[in-house]
Design a binder for this molecule. Structure first.
Ligand SMILES: NC(=O)c1ccc[n+]([C@@H]2O[C@H](COP(=O)([O-])OP(=O)(O)OC[C@H]3O[C@@H](n4cnc5c(N)ncnc54)[C@H](O)[C@@H]3O)[C@@H](O)[C@H]2O)c1
Length: 353
């Protein structure tokens, strides 16, 4: 989900290249931000989302592409960071034909970058839409399996988040046992829905929410307690698992939290960088999002290689939990936030390159 109200002027600009065009077919603003290719071709998804103004879409692209540099570096991939955003007007629903035009336009922009950036599915897009992008460029991954692609990465993402949840429980309680743990999941989409099913099967006491009230059916089927989305942040529990909106951890939200740890799939959970210190000051253990949700890029990067081995990919995704545990240890040993420890891990790889 897009980050909430990130101001363009608050974003440091050290991106290698940003291309913004009006799509010749769709007439929509299309932004591709390549933050870094130091470790290799930039990889990051294409977001199709409505923003109040194109500057909000640009801010999202700048921040998300920088996040992809950190994510890909921390995941140990030889990949740089980039992101595409297609900016829709508020309250607009595109027809299939308009979506097709937008994807062809995106493909042209990606192709114009000569291989500096590879796109993939993200919020608002899909494997099927990536197949349309592939009509204009080969620098796209995550096409449907029936079209020779590797499909959507949500399974791997939720595996990586699950393994991070276990690492966080271990750090907090000295045990990875999920049963009886009180866990709040906000956002029951592709990743949150998978996690909810898995954690319920493992015996967690789940409280769940989604702004889409249709998801209540899933909650009922799992025997989970349903709360309004606005109330989820104040439920007393062991863990809060954000799997919906970015920017959810504002200073106010952090002050209101009644959990011991936060670990989830949502990108850019912290509304501001200071949030990491605010969480630490409240004694809340935060597992940095760009490490936790790296399973998707690990899957895409490894699965598209010739001779890809499913077991090797699964093992690599599960190792995310070990990386999270290392970050917790580093943070405690050095007296720095978990965010700073994760950034140091990514920076070490970038510096070595
Ligand atoms: N899908 C992946 O492989 C992947 C990889 C890395 C990161 N992520 C991030 O994880 C998050 C979830 O991804 P997804 O693929 O499951 O997305 P999704 O669109 O399938 O699901 C998101 C869900 O969150 C709900 N939601 C939106 N705003 C909410 C709010 N304020 N409170 C509660 N629920 C809200 C939506 O209704 C939806 O059901 C996103 O932030 C995404 O960027 C996903």
């Amino acid at each position: 989900m897009p980050t909430t109200a990130v101001q363009l002027e608050s974003i440091p600009f050290d991106h290698e290249r940003v291309v913004m065009v009006t799509g010749s077919r769709s007439r929509l603003p299309i932004i591709v931000a390549v933050h870094s290719t130091v470790l290799g071709q930039a990889l990051g998804g294409a977001r199709l989302w409505a923003y109040p103004h194109w500057t909000d879409a640009l801010a999202d692209a700048l921040r998300l592409s920088e996040g992809m540099t950190l994510k890909n570096a921390a995941a140990g991939l030889n990949r740089g960071g980039g992101k595409s955003v297609i900016c829709l007007p508020m309250r607009a629903a595109l027809t299939d034909e308009q979506k097709r035009d937008a994807m062809l336009d995106l493909g042209d922009v990606v192709e114009s970058l000569g291989g500096a950036y590879m796109t993939a599915e993200d919020v608002g897009s899909s494997a099927e839409l990536m197949a349309i992008v592939s009509e204009r460029t080969k620098h796209v991954c995550g096409l449907p399996a029936e079209q020779g692609g590797v499909g959507e990465p949500a399974d791997a993402t939720s595996e990586g988040v699950h393994s991070s949840i276990l690492a966080t429980l271990d750090a907090l309680f000295g045990s990875k046992d999920v049963s009886g743990r009180r866990i709040v999941i906000s956002g029951l989409g592709q990743v949150g829905g998978r996690l909810a099913r898995r954690l319920a099967a493992e015996g967690a006491a789940l409280t769940v929410t989604d702004v889409n009230l249709g998801k209540k059916e899933l909650a009922d089927s799992l025997g989970a307690t349903w709360v309004d989305a606005a109330d989820a942040l104040t439920v007393e529990a062991d863990l809060f698992v954000p799997c919906g909106l970015g920017g959810v951890l504002t200073s106010q939200a952090i002050a209101d939290l009644r959990v011991k740890g936060v670990v989830g799939a949502a990108n850019n959970q912290l509304a501001s960088h200071d949030g990491a210190a605010e969480l630490a000051a409240r004694g809340i253990l935060w597992a940095p999002d760009f490490v936790v949700n790296g399973g998707g890029v690990i899957y895409l990067d490894m699965a598209m290689r010739p001779g890809a081995d499913a077991a090797a990919i699964a093992a690599r995704v599960t190792e995310i939990g070990d990386v999270v545990a290392t970050i917790f240890r580093d943070s405690a040993a050095k007296g720095i936030t978990t965010l700073a420890a994760a950034e140091q891990l990514a920076a070490a790889r970038l510096d070595a390159a």
